[in-house]
Design a protein around this ligand. Structure first.
Ligand code: CP3
Length: 344
């Protein structure tokens, strides 16, 4: 633990306990919008940073020290646990993960190995242990959800419409279930390893699942998510489920054994509460607003905070990730504003 008193506002908000002010962290808070990150990236590739505990911990801490946020998120990628199971992935700058051996058949699914994270990802455990000594805010571990991971595995890279992924889901239900089972296993084993190593909360990223309709989500995806969150629940560590464009899925998500629902800007917090959702909520500023004039941004954030603070269990965040054009100064000012405004 750092020299300062430990700041547990984020963990309290996850558990719907009273907090002295609204905790805030930003999705993708470590990245190319930071001059220091760009400097480090000149020396190391993405996965070289990930695999070097000292550098990885430094990159994880950078936004905590620079922005004053109330939580750190481990620097890694949703692709990190896929390499050890036999996926060949290249991180293409500005584009995202590209898969050299995409999944097209049951044989492709069956050739994916199971995961033994202690052996294949020792650097993740080491980074987490190091961070727990260095940080005075909670450390969030994370993993990708099976649908979102499968979208990269099946499309071979980023996609706009997920036709191949959903086509596989509809046309080959048996292969689909085998893939979901395998990836659920990877997600659970990898997150349990992060928790054993010291992660104090875990977020499951299902960034692209909003492309699936509610009935199909219920049939093809919800059983897998129930399995994942049920396994994680045994640890007592708070769990967060993230998606974008998932307002139509929130009623189903509310029935999953997860603690916190992360929402984007396409639905308001008042609307979420009106659905009868009592779980903690995380969100929901449109990241594009980071480019808006300060007065406009401040008014929007004030409205979000007024809604979020109506009941315990609210964490400020963006509806999706910080992007390279965002500025450090804006995020600093925003964090300070959120803390000041909600302290009164
Ligand atoms: O600070 C943090 O948030 C922790 C690190 C983190 C990264 N990726 C590092 C990263 C986290 C939590 C992720 C999650 C992730 N990765 C998601 C889910 C969240 C989301 O944004 O929806 C997804 C879909 C991915 C897949 C991925 N990895 C994409 C689409 C990209 C390209 C986007 C871009 O900005 O270039 C990546 C690469 C990536 N992951 C970078 C970082 C810092 C940029 C790599 C670089 O330095 O070139």
């Amino acid at each position: 633990m750092g020299q300062n008193a430990f700041n547990d506002t984020f963990l309290k908000a996850c558990r719907k306990e009273a907090v002295p002010y609204t905790p805030v962290w930003y999705m993708r808070q470590a990245g190319r919008y930071q001059p220091e990150y760009r400097e480090i990236r000149k020396k190391y590739s993405f996965f070289e940073i990930n695999e070097n505990p000292e550098v990885c911990a430094e990159v994880t801490r950078l936004p905590v020290e620079q922005l004053g946020v109330d939580a750190a998120i481990l620097f890694a990628d949703i692709m990190t646990p896929l390499q050890p199971i036999g996926v060949e992935v290249d991180m293409v700058s500005g584009k995202g993960p590209m898969i050299r051996n995409p999944i097209r058949s049951l044989a492709d699914v069956e050739r994916l190995h199971s995961i033994h994270p202690e052996q294949s990802l020792p650097f993740i455990g080491e980074t987490i242990q190091l961070l727990r000594e260095q940080l005075s805010v909670p450390l969030i571990g994370f993993a990708g959800a099976p649908f979102t991971l499968s979208s990269y595995l099946i499309e071979g890279g980023p996609s706009k419409d997920y036709h191949k992924t959903k086509g596989f889901m509809y046309a080959r239900p048996k292969e689909w279930q085998a893939l979901m089972d395998k990836l659920a296993d990877v997600t659970v084993e990898y997150l349990l390893y992060q928790i054993r190593s010291g992660a104090q909360a875990v977020q499951v990223f299902d960034s692209w699942v909003g492309s699936v309709g509610a009935e199909d989500y219920e049939q093809y995806i919800a059983p897998t998510m129930t399995k994942i969150f049920t396994a994680l629940k045994q640890t007592g560590i708070p769990t967060i489920y993230f998606g974008s464009g998932t307002a139509h899925l929130l009623n189903i998500w509310n029935g999953l054994p997860v603690d916190v629902l992360s929402i984007d800007w396409r639905i308001s917090i008042d609307e979420v509460r009106a659905l009868g959702i009592e779980k903690s909520v995380q969100g929901n500023l449109d990241p594009s607003m980071l480019l808006a004039p300060w007065e406009l941004l401040k008014n929007k954030v004030t409205a979000i905070l007024d809604q979020g603070c109506k009941q315990p269990g609210y964490i400020f965040n963006l509806g999706h990730g910080v992007f390279p054009e965002a500025s450090v100064e804006t995020l600093q000012r925003l964090t300070q504003f959120i803390h000041d405004y909600t302290k009164k």
